[in-house]
Design a protein around this ligand. Structure first.
Ligand SMILES: NC(=O)c1ccc[n+]([C@@H]2O[C@H](COP(=O)([O-])OP(=O)(O)OC[C@H]3O[C@@H](n4cnc5c(N)ncnc54)[C@H](OP(=O)(O)O)[C@@H]3O)[C@@H](O)[C@H]2O)c1
Length: 339
């Protein structure tokens, strides 16, 4: 296949970190990105070039372009971590095949992306395009964290931001594996849908009796793990109301308000723990066989409809500068960029 010399891309305007902590909300992309014609990346040893079909827009992408993520920005390089596409060149037997991938060397909010050939994930032919575009970041995190939540044969766990895509994946896992999800949201109108999906209980942080209700549920269900994407005061209050040996596993910072930790003695006397989860680290720590098995299970869950991807919007690459900020504000679904 002959490749063009240039491509369209949403290119980063800054290097490194910003030092801000504004969270993933965006009203405009202009301070961070520019839509440009740039050279198609050159494939090096051990790399693969992918023609992007559909790219995910995850909170991590938005933290990243703002300089608030766990790795530094690279000026003039396209943004976008996760996508599906066709391998068009490289050091790999997968040339010509549809793959999901993390864009390790040149981002996927572009016509072409560059990554390590070793990290390509071939897609089952029956895997829908939106599922394939988002099958790594959230699904692998859900699988890995659900194993933490049910350690020791515990029969329930708490999760907040439960109406997020990742929250819904976790609820599906709890439902299917007899480990009751206690879902925490900030909007009452999400409760029915989450119960229908499999949440055993739904707690709404804006309710006056939020903590009273939470304490009753904890006494009855005895969850040991709190999977937290928010990191606000409600999270801390829930954690301090949990039983002995509870673990607060923070994996996101959707709230910009830091919590006050009022009962630190519980870490000493009730053997409670506060820790973090990052998929990047999990992938470095587990063996390749575990990653392969987990990806196969992820694809099977999507194909069998145990999981679905709720699509909020698909924004054309050429219109993303104008339309992406508004699309990210649509609730209860994932946004994608289509080159
Ligand atoms: N650590 C890791 O390795 C890892 C991996 C994957 C994802 N994550 C994190 O997982 C989280 C969910 O990702 P996603 O793609 O599933 O998100 P998503 O579908 O975009 O959903 C975001 C959710 O967050 C809720 N939310 C936003 N700000 C909030 C706040 N201040 N307080 C309470 N809820 C708030 C929203 O609630 P409303 O509907 O009420 O607006 C919405 O339900 C993100 O924080 C992401 O960074 C972490």
């Amino acid at each position: 296949m002959s490749l063009p010399e240039t491509m369209r891309a949403l290119v980063q305007l800054h290097d490194g970190y910003s030092g801000t902590a504004e969270g993933p909300a965006i009203d405009t992309l202009e301070p961070y990105l520019e839509f440009r014609e740039v050279p198609v990346p050159q494939v090096g040893k051990g790399q693969a070039l992918i023609k992007v079909h559909l790219a995910a827009v995850n909170p991590s992408d938005l933290h990243f372009i703002k300089g608030e993520y766990g790795q530094p920005r690279v000026k003039d390089r396209p943004a976008g971590f996760e996508a599906v596409g066709e391998v068009v060149a490289g050091d790999t037997p997968f040339v010509g095949q549809r793959v999901s991938f993390f864009a390790a060397h040149s981002g996927c909010w572009a016509d072409y992306a560059l990554t390590d050939a070793a990290g390509l994930v071939p897609c089952r032919p029956d895997l829908a395009e939106a599922d394939a575009a988002g099958q790594l970041v959230n699904p692998l995190t859900a699988m890995a964290m659900f194993d933490i939540a049910r350690e020791g044969d515990v029969k329930s766990f708490i999760l907040n931001a439960a109406g997020s895509q990742l929250g819904k994946l976790l609820i599906g896992l709890g439902r299917d594996h007899d480990c009751a999800p206690i879902a925490v949201v900030r909007r009452t109108e999400q409760a029915d849908a989450l119960k229908e999906l499999g949440a055993a209980e739904v707690l709404v942080t804006s309710d006056d009796d939020f903590m009273d209700k939470a304490k009753g549920i904890m006494r009855a269900m005895k969850p040991r793990v709190l999977l937290d994407a928010v990191g606000d005061q409600h999270t801390a209050d829930l954690f301090f109301a949990m039983p002995n040996r509870a673990r607060w596993v923070n994996y996101g910072k959707l709230s910009t308000e830091p919590p006050k930790l009022s009962q630190m003695g519980q870490l000493i006397f009730q053997h409670k723990r506060i820790e973090g989860f990052w998929l990047t680290r999990w992938m470095q720590e587990v063996d390749q066989a575990t990653i392969g098995k987990t990806i196969a299970a992820v694809q099977e869950r999507f194909v069998s409809s145990a999981w679905t991807t709720d699509v909020a919007a698909v924004v054309p690459l050429g219109e993303a500068m104008d339309k992406l900020p508004a699309a990210t504000k649509i609730q209860d679904g994932k946004v994608f960029i289509k080159p």
